[in-house]
Design a protein around this ligand. Structure first.
Ligand SMILES: Cc1cc2nc3c(=O)[nH]c(=O)nc-3n(C[C@H](O)[C@H](O)[C@H](O)COP(=O)(O)OP(=O)(O)OC[C@H]3O[C@@H](n4cnc5c(N)ncnc54)[C@H](O)[C@@H]3O)c2cc1C
Length: 486
């Protein structure tokens, strides 16, 4: 193990890359990024399934410090977003600082040396500051279904799409109707022989209004920088306004529900199918999805929506509660991610031997979603309380970059060995979060990936994103205890 790095970042998705760029631009040069994959991109490297695209317009789902004016369309596909992130990393000179194929299994804070000892698949590295940029949505979950492993055909998760399997003329089952499923289903429905869609709970799918940008629009955006900023601000304001509905203003959601019902009636003529597509929970409780071609795909004669719960999987098919075995050649699991596990399965041991998994037994918790008492000089990106139902995660990440940079600067400028958030500050923040979350639509009675197993919401930010930016504008010295360098 060599000398400690100033900063080690775990993960090279939007969070890790953006943080590395922010540090570099601020003159912090000794930054090492550890990435378990063999390429950067995180979400956008892993999710290559047909139809994969963002659901926040990319003029907003991109870094403010690296504007791209020639996006091909409002909601570009996975490849274009991945290319953008690769371009950012290359142009800002952070590629050489990434060590690919290096998985972090744990980290231990060595208080005597004031460094984090980070265990990786390639040995130990030391860091004065450790930043976790592991994301919330990259550990795919497969459902516990009897006989799952007995299936003799091809089976894979949407985030591990097997491009070697040709779906043409095959009988395919998609398990799940969440954000990935509603993109995959229209993308494959036209080329498979049969498509069975297994729905546990109907999503609200509203209009996407996607379209390609015209040449003159791209020219105008690249010719006039102000125009790009203005267009981004307009998109931000449009999406931010939706927060009102999530934060407890049920009249807005009711209005949106009625619009949803009208659109469903227009798009799905069969009343029986339509009945099964109406969600049984208030709009917004689970993620609201956007698509212009999901319902039309379900109308196709070769597509069947199965709403009976799956009982078991056999070597040749799927048996739902109706007792019918539907034979399939390929099963696609669109069953989401272990979202509330955060840093798991890494073993993080802080000051005085405190284990993060123990501290978080009742649910993950961090002041501003970024710092945890007992874990000095450890910072989390896209941590607890920072997911959104209504706007761009990149905006939240940029707030965190600035805050973490403030902490790194404080360590350097004040010659500190470490800083650590005070327990009372973290507890107060957590109490306020839980109080506010109780009044949101996410707590209105559905089960969602925003919750831990025992129903505690720990993923989402219960407020406006500009309020989060304000709260994270700079680290408040009164919130921390510090240890001076020897
Ligand atoms: C299909 C899909 C679509 C999405 N669409 C949108 C959208 O439209 N708008 C939006 O705002 N958000 C969207 N999201 C959320 C998205 O995850 C975030 O916007 C953002 O990409 C998160 O970036 P990240 O860097 O924090 O995490 P990730 O992109 O998940 O990257 C984390 C990285 O950390 C690495 N890593 C994890 N653990 C370790 C370890 N132990 N050692 C080494 N490396 C490790 C992973 O390999 C990965 O590369 C979407 C998510 C998914 C899955």
């Amino acid at each position: 193990m060599g000398a400690p790095h100033d900063v080690v970042i775990i993960g090279a998705g939007f969070g890790g890359i953006g943080m590395a760029i922010t540090l570099r631009r601020a003159g912090v040069r000794d930054v090492l990024v550890l990435e378990r994959g063999d390429a950067l991109g995180g979400t956008w490297r892993d999710n290559t399934y047909p139809g994969a695209a963002c659901d926040i317009p990319s003029h907003l789902y991109s870094f403010s410090f690296a504007p791209k004016t020639d996006w091909s369309r409002r909601f570009p596909g996975q490849r274009e977003i991945l290319d953008y992130l690769n371009d950012c990393a290359r142009e800002h000179g952070v590629l050489p600082g990434i060590r690919f194929g290096t998985e972090v299994s744990g980290a231990r804070f060595d208080a005597d040396a004031a460094v984090w000892r980070v265990e990786t698949s390639a040995g130990e590295v030391a860091a004065r500051v450790l930043i976790s940029a592991c994301g919330q949505l990259n550990r795919p979950v497969l459902p516990e279904i009897d006989g799952r492993d007995s299936f003799a055909g091809e089976a894979f998760h949407t985030a591990r799409w097997d491009h070697g399997v040709d779906l043409r003329g095959k009988r395919v089952a998609v398990v799940g109707t969440g954000a990935s499923a509603i993109q995959v289903i229209p993308a494959v429905a036209g080329r498979v022989e049969r498509l069975d869609v297994y729905q546990r709970s109907a999503p609200y799918v509203i209009e996407k209004a996607d379209r390609g940008y015209r040449l003159w629009e791209k020219d105008a955006l690249s010719g006039f920088r102000g125009l790009h900023t203005l267009s981004r601000a307009k998109t931000y304001a449009f999406y931010e306004a939706r927060a009102v509905g999530f934060l407890g203003e049920s009249r807005l959601m009711k209005l949106m529900e009625r619009r949803f019902e009208r659109r469903l009636a227009e798009q799905v003529p069969d009343p029986e199918l339509r009945r099964r597509l109406v969600p049984d929970y208030p709009m917004g409780c689970k993620r609201i999805l956007i698509s212009d071609d999901y319902y039309p795909a379900l109308n196709r004669p070769n597509v069947d929506l199965v709403t009976d719960p799956i009982e078991r999987i056999t070597p040749t098919g799927i048996v739902a509660r109706d007792g019918v075995e539907r034979p399939v050649d390929v099963i696609v699991y669109a069953t989401g991610f272990a979202a509330s596990d955060f840093l798991a399965p890494m073993r993080i041991v802080g000051r005085d031997g405190r284990e993060l998994s123990e501290e978080w037994r009742g649910g993950a918790d961090a002041h501003l979603g970024i710092t945890v008492n007992g874990f000095p000089n450890l910072f989390l990106l896209y941590g607890p309380y920072t997911n959104l139902g209504h706007n761009s995660i990149i905006y939240m990440l940029e707030s965190q970059f600035r805050y973490v940079l403030g902490c790194v600067r404080a360590l350097r400028e004040k010659d500190l060995a470490w800083i650590e958030v005070r327990p009372d500050v973290q507890a107060d923040f957590s109490r306020v979060m839980q109080e506010r979350l109780r009044g949101t639509v996410w707590a209105s009675g559905c089960a969602s990936w925003y919750m831990t197993g025992d129903g505690r919401i720990v993923n989402n930010w219960p407020g406006f994103t500009f309020a989060y930016r304000w709260a994270t504008r700079r680290p408040d010295p009164r919130h921390f205890t510090v240890r001076r360098a020897a």
